[in-house]
Design a protein around this ligand. Structure first.
Ligand code: AMP
Ligand code: ZN
Length: 469
């Protein structure tokens, strides 16, 4: 299996460090607001990687962190802590904010059929480990104290910049007026910050009350859960120049050796060819898509159609075609269910190899999806093909085995009772149950949109309203 390693800028043959176990770390969400569909693209990539590795027979130990402290508004240690800012704006505690948005995030990734990593690690549960890590860096001479925190001295780490291949000496010469004049180099970054006035989240440390810098959590939790060297680290391309560069500096300065073999990065989702932003009103969540009648799996299909290292431009027209293609694919797949036509084993093997080769070539899922289309359209109708497609769906995760959606708009009894059962579950605040019912309905092609006192039922572009007592 070949994977593109940002560190080497090439597709390298992947082999785990220890036997058939692959240890992976993924930079998880900062849980201060709803994840948008761009964020979710990054976790769809994480999921494809997991599924492809499992398909190749590897066992996984995979950690994803939840950033619930220390991520400042700018990745480069400037501005307010995103958690604190959101807590103040919403008049809640950072803990409540984190719990709420973590919950929504886990539900969203579940709805996208994203496989959950074995270990979900919250930054605030690992503060001791981070303090210990920073103390050791200070002892080794890599960390220095200023009036507002402890900073990493990039001048002491000769490999600084090896991931992004940026020349940081030049940055020094041309640096703008620095906000923090006590830093030895403009790119020195905070390992630990001393508490500002009215700080909500803070911990005791050898440097007084404070909180961790954003980057240290991933180095500390990677080391704790996966050991001194592990196989793969993933994140979005925006992490390359700051977050991951800093993680490498921290970990390698502490360990005196390489900490991660493969660095994998997923490209951005654009909306209408530009950046998503709240002010432009184009920062969509999965709920926004569902409200417009698109199931999470239609969005999954939309993302799988592009390679993870290509930028992907989101438009509703594009999502519309993804939705139609997914419906058509499922219908085509089912023409093989129970099929008795003769299909030679060499044909099956040919399809299988084509699919596996695409996956193992740096997760070329768009190409693999093309192979599945060829199988689905194969003129002879055979159960052998149906079963092979179900096997490929272990990687695609599109629920291709589900019955094609047939929706007459007269709500049948079963649908109606499911809608009432979901209402009852929501009233009892049993959101897991409510979501599971919503998913069942979504698989039947029925989308629900909550409204005051009832629910809008959307199917095949038609809408019907049901009100509850
Ligand atoms: P955050 O919650 O801000 O830490 O981001 C979570 C993940 O989403 C990170 O891996 C980012 O790289 C990724 N990300 C942020 N914006 C986008 C986008 N527009 N497209 C794809 N990935 C994104
Ligand atoms: Zn990280």
């Amino acid at each position: 299996m070949k994977l593109y390693n940002t560190l080497t800028r090439s597709k390298d043959e992947f082999l785990p460090i220890e036997g058939d176990t692959v240890k992976i770390y993924t930079c998880g969400p900062t849980v201060y607001q709803y994840a948008h569909i761009g964020n979710l693209r990054a976790y769809l990539f994480m999921d494809s990687l997991r599924r492809a590795l499992s398909f190749n027979g590897y066992k996984l130990i995979h950690v994803m962190n939840i950033t619930d402290v220390g991520h400042l508004v700018s990745d480069a240690d400037e501005g307010e802590d995103k958690m604190e800012k959101s807590a103040r704006e919403q008049q809640r505690s950072p803990l409540e904010i984190a719990a709420y948005y973590t919950d929504v995030f886990m539900r969203d990734i579940g709805r996208l059929n994203i496989d959950i990593p074995e270990i979900i690690a919250k930054a605030t549960d690992n503060i001791e480990e981070m303090i210990d890590f920073v103390s050791k860096l200070v002892e080794k001479g890599y960390g220095y104290e200023t009036s507002d925190g402890i900073y990493f001295d990039i001048g002491k780490f000769s490999d600084y910049g090896k991931l992004s291949r940026m020349n940081f000496d030049k940055q020094q010469a041309g640096a703008r007026v620095e906000v923090n004049t006590e830093k030895r180099h403009p790119a020195d970054f905070a390992l630990w910050k001393k508490s500002e006035k009215n700080r909500l989240q803070q911990w005791e440390s050898p440097w007084g009350m404070g909180y961790p810098g954003w980057h240290i959590e991933c180095s500390a939790m990677g080391l704790k859960y996966l050991g001194e060297t592990f196989d793969i680290h993933t994140g979005g391309v925006d992490h390359i120049p700051i977050h991951h560069e800093n993680e490498i500096a921290q970990s390698e300065a502490l360990l005196d050796h390489k900490a991660v073999n493969f660095w994998l990065h997923s490209e951005f989702l654009l909306v209408d060819n530009g950046k998503m932003s709240k002010s432009l009103g184009n920062c969509y969540t999965l709920d926004d898509l569902e409200e417009r009648g698109y199931s999470p799996l239609a969005y999954r299909y939309f993302c799988l159609n592009a390679h993870y290292r290509s930028k992907l431009n989101f438009t509703f027209d594009g999502l519309d075609s993804a939705k139609t293609s997914l419906d058509n694919l499922i219908a085509a797949v089912h023409t093989h269910a129970g099929g008795k036509d003769e299909v030679d084993d060499s044909v099956i093997e040919g399809f299988r190899n084509e699919f596996v080769n695409a996956i193992n070539d740096d997760l070329n899922i768009p190409k693999a999806l093309g192979t599945v289309w060829s199988m689905a359209r194969y003129p002879s109708k055979s159960d052998k093909i149906f079963n092979l497609i179900l096997e490929t769906d272990k990687i695609l995760g599109l629920d291709l085995g589900n019955a094609p959606s047939i929706c007459s708009f007269e709500l049948d009894n079963e649908t109606e009772s499911l809608i009432y059962a979901r209402h009852k579950a929501r009233k009892a605040r049993n959101f897991a149950e409510a979501d599971s019912i919503r998913n069942t309905l979504s698989k039947k092609g029925i989308t629900l949109e909550d409204m005051p006192g009832g629910v809008k039922v959307i199917c095949d572009g038609k809408t019907r309203e049901i009100t509850f007592d």
